[in-house]
Design a protein around this ligand. Structure first.
Ligand SMILES: [Zn+2]
Length: 117
């Protein structure tokens, strides 16, 4: 089974060596979906939604929300941010299967890292 929890955060960035709107300083309301893969254990759960919330808030949301992403992630495209988020989570959340990062409602990146179960 797959279990997913959705988060959101606001952050600013500008892309370097890029000709387009994202070259200028601006912000996005990012939406992040974190999916884990597993079988329900005796308590009927793969993992408690609350535990996913706690891990993602501590390791991702607190670090990126209302931040200037260029200070944290080089060339902070949705792809690079996804990779950063994966690296920030996979040790804390061994059942991590996939993340989706929405830069806008209709534009997103799906990432499954090499350590995906
Ligand atoms: Zn942008």
């Amino acid at each position: 089974m797959y279990l997913t929890k959705r988060f959101s955060f606001e952050a600013a960035h500008n892309l370097m060596n890029y000709k387009g709107k994202c070259a200028n300083l601006h912000g996005h309301s990012y939406v992040l979906e974190v999916t884990v893969l597993g079988e329900p254990t005796q308590n009927g759960m793969i993992i408690d939604f609350y535990d996913v919330k706690k891990i993602v808030e501590e390791n991702v949301i607190l670090k990126l929300d209302h931040k200037y992403l260029n200070d944290i992630i080089e060339q902070s495209s949705a792809e690079r941010i996804s990779l950063w988020i994966w690296n920030a989570l996979h040790n804390e959340l061994p059942a991590l299967y996939e993340i989706k990062l929405f830069e806008t409602e209709d534009s997103w990146v799906t990432f499954r890292g090499p350590n995906a179960p």
